[in-house]
Design a protein around this ligand. Structure first.
Ligand code: HH2
Length: 255
């Protein structure tokens, strides 16, 4: 999954793709480099600071000149939004998947919208506050159980659900590492697992780096995530990731 942020303030690439032609060019590049899904977002989810809350109209205004053109590239598009109204609009404009970084637990209309469109949904774990004292694996498990109950009540088919522990969201760097290390804890849900570690700040806790310098750490995290059962990884740097995954897979086959 390649990341396309149509935002002024995303933590690693804010402002670079706000201009529609730049956004479309980047989407084409991600597709050419081998992305299987394009994740488009118009509101920064930044767990790292004070991402500005974007009003509904502004979010749609940012997406409107970009989303249909990205859909026309022929690769499934996921819409990264907290707002059911934006998700509904995007699904009608051709998006195939909803990516909800609050796992259907923020906007009460999100689950009904997903169900009505029969769309696949990414349920990501999130927390309002960071608590170093909690058992993060247990917290993520309980969150997934709540989200799955909401999904079931709304009539979302189980096979349309992807689970994501939400690297960097409401977690200490150590808790983010644990989520990648213990990914197999969530295999029992029977849903594909998604991991998005790309350029995130937990990498900085190991090797001090700015977001743009975190490709090495991102590759390491994603290779181990795949080794531990991730079916989808969400990345900014598609070409190096595809190469790393191909080499890792070839080594695995040679065992
Ligand atoms: N991470 C970000 C945004 N959306 N969605 C899922 N499912 N999983 C993630 O790990 C995830 C996500 C944060 O990254 P980015 O989009 O680059 O930054 P921002 O939210 O500041 O736009």
């Amino acid at each position: 999954m390649g990341v396309l942020n149509v935002t002024p303030d995303s933590f690693s690439d804010g402002g670079r793709f706000l201009d529609p032609p730049a956004a479309l060019a980047h989407a084409r590049r991600l597709a050419a480099e081998g992305a299987d899904i394009l994740d488009i977002g118009a509101e920064s989810t930044r767990p790292y600071g004070n991402a500005v809350k974007v009003p509904l109209d502004e979010e749609r205004t940012r997406l409107a000149p970009v989303l249909p053109a990205v859909v026309s590239l022929g690769i499934p598009v996921s819409i990264d939004t907290l707002k059911a109204a934006v998700a509904a609009w995007a699904l009608e404009a051709g998006a195939a998947i909803v990516n909800d970084v609050w796992g259907l637990q923020r906007d009460p209309d999100m689950a009904p919208v997903v169900a009505a469109h029969g769309a696949p949904v990414i349920i990501m774990h999130n927390r309002e506050t960071v608590d170093p004292a909690i058992d993060i694996v247990a917290d993520v498990t309980a969150f997934f159980e709540r989200s799955l109950a909401i999904a079931a009540r709304a009539g979302i088919a189980r096979e349309r659900i992807v689970l994501d522990p939400g690297i960097g969201f409401g977690k200490t760097p150590q808790q983010s590492l644990i989520c990648i290390a213990r990914l197999d804890a969530w295999r029992g849900f029977g849903a594909p697992l998604l991991v998005g570690a790309s350029r995130k700040r937990f990498i900085n806790s190991i090797v001090q780096t700015e977001p743009a310098e975190r490709l090495g750490g991102s590759l390491a995290a994603h290779l181990l995530a795949v080794e531990n059962g991730a079916a989808i990884i969400r990345v900014h740097d598609v070409a190096p990731t595809v190469q790393a995954l191909a080499v890792a897979a070839a080594i695995r086959r040679a065992r």
